[in-house]
Design a protein around this ligand. Structure first.
Ligand code: GLY
Length: 345
C-alpha cells in the first residue's frame, strides 16, 4: 500500500476489497449515514461477518463517553487484533473511528469511507484522529494511517447545500496554499460544481487529496510544511466555537482575516486579496460575521494547540498560492483585523 495513503475515488461503494483474513469487520457510522447508505454499503462488501455501531450525528459524539461506549461494544463483540474497523461517515465518524482503531488492543486496521466533501478532501487523509475534552477540540488523539480511503463522490449528492459549501471552503484552501490554476478552475466551473457534476467532483476531490497526500508524506506529524494546511484555522477557531459556524465557514472567515492581515502587512497585493474574496463570495460562502466579541476570539486563538512557546502561529499568504507560517505578529494587529472583518458585515 503506497505509504498508507492510497485513495480510491469512485462513483459508488463497489470494489472495496476487504482481505479475507480479518475475523470481523466493525462499521462505525452515524444515524444519518446509516439510513442513507448502510444497505448499499454492506450489500457491496465482499465480507459477511459484519457488525455496526451507530453514533449520534454531530461533534458531541467525539467524546470520551462515546469512545468508551464503542470500546465496550468492541469487547462485547469480541473484536480482536485480526479485526477491521471501517469509518463510514463525515469528519466526526472519521476522527472517532480512527482513534478507536488506533487504540483498541494497541491498534487494529481501519479503512475510511468519507461521505462529506470536507472529510473527502481533508479529514480522512493524513491519519489525524481525535476526540474532544470539554472545549478542547481534538486534544486527545493520535496519528494513525488507514489501510486505504474509499471515496464515493455520489454521497455528496445527499449533503445539504450549506454542508457542501462548508467543504468547498476547504477545497478553496488548497488552491490558496499551492495551486493558483486551481483557483481559476474553481471560478470557471462554479455552476457545474454547484450542480454536482460528477466529473467536476472527481476532479476536485482528486486534486485536493493529491495535494494533501504530497504534504503529509513530507511531514506526517505536522512539525513543518503540514502546518500550511491550517490556513484560516487559527483565526477560524474562535468563530467556530463562539459563533456556531460550521468548520468550513469558520475557516473561510478565518482565511479572510489571514488575507486581510497579509495585505495590511504588504505580503500580498490588493488585486490578489480581492480575487480571493470574490471566489468565496461567488460561492455564497460567508467571509464575515457579527455578534462575537473580538477579544474572546483572540483568547481562543491564544489557546490553539498549534501554538508553541506561547506565541500564536499563523499561516499567512505570502504571494499567489503561497503561504508562510509566522509567529511574530503583535496581538494588537491580530485584534485589529478581527475587528475590520467583523465590521464588514
Ligand atoms: N486538517 C489539517 C490536517 O490534516 O493537517
Amino acid at each position: 500500500m503506497e505509504n498508507g495513503y492510497k485513495v480510491y475515488i469512485k462513483k459508488n461503494f463497489s470494489e472495496i476489497d476487504i482481505k479475507k483474513d480479518y475475523d470481523k469487520v466493525l462499521i462505525i457510522t452515524d444515524e444519518n449515514v446509516e439510513k442513507l447508505y448502510m444497505y448499499d454499503f454492506t450489500r457491496n462488501l465482499n465480507f459477511k461477518n459484519l457488525i455496526v455501531y451507530t453514533i449520534n450525528p454531530g461533534e458531541d459524539s467525539k467524546s470520551l463517553k462515546v469512545y468508551e461506549d464503542i470500546f465496550r461494544f468492541c469487547i462485547e463483540s469480541e473484536l480482536s487484533r485480526k479485526s477491521l474497523i471501517i469509518g463510514l461517515g463525515g469528519g466526526v465518524v472519521g476522527d472517532l473511528s480512527g482513534f478507536v482503531a488506533s487504540t483498541y488492543m494497541r491498534g487494529i486496521d481501519i479503512i475510511h469511507c468519507p461521505t462529506t466533501l470536507l472529510s473527502q478532501v481533508d479529514s480522512s487523509i493524513g491519519g489525524k484522529t481525535g476526540i474532544n475534552l470539554e472545549n478542547y477540540k481534538n486534544i486527545i488523539g493520535s496519528f494513525y494511517r488507514p489501510k486505504f480511503i474509499h471515496i464515493n463522490i455520489n454521497t455528496l449528492k445527499t449533503l445539504d447545500c450549506s454542508e457542501f459549501l462548508s467543504g468547498l471552503s476547504e477545497v478553496i484552501k488548497y488552491a490558496l496554499i499551492c495551486d493558483y490554476e486551481f483557483l481559476d478552475y474553481l471560478l470557471k466551473n462554479k455552476d457545474k460544481i454547484l450542480n454536482l457534476d460528477e466529473e467536476c467532483l472527481i476532479y476536485i476531490v482528486k486534486k485536493c487529496s493529491n495535494i494533501k497526500i504530497d504534504i503529509v508524506k513530507k511531514d506526517e506529524k505536522e512539525s513543518g510544511i503540514r502546518k500550511i494546511l491550517n490556513l484560516g484555522h487559527t483565526f477560524g477557531h474562535g468563530i467556530e466555537k463562539l459563533g456556531g459556524f460550521s468548520h468550513g465557514f469558520a475557516v473561510a472567515i478565518g482565511t479572510h482575516m489571514a488575507f486581510r492581515l497579509a495585505y495590511k502587512k504588504g505580503y500580498i497585493y490588493k488585486s490578489y486579496y480581492d480575487r480571493v474574496l470574490n471566489v468565496y463570495k461567488s460561492y455564497n460562502i460567508p467571509i464575515t460575521f457579527k455578534g462575537i466579541d473580538s477579544i474572546d476570539i483572540l483568547e481562543i486563538m491564544k489557546k490553539d494547540k498549534k501554538n508553541s512557546f506561547s506565541k500564536i502561529n499563523l499561516v499567512l499568504p505570502a504571494g499567489h498560492s503561497d503561504v508562510d507560517v509566522v509567529n511574530n505578529i503583535d496581538e494588537k494587529e491580530i485584534l485589529c483585523v478581527i475587528e475590520e472583518v467583523k465590521n464588514e458585515f
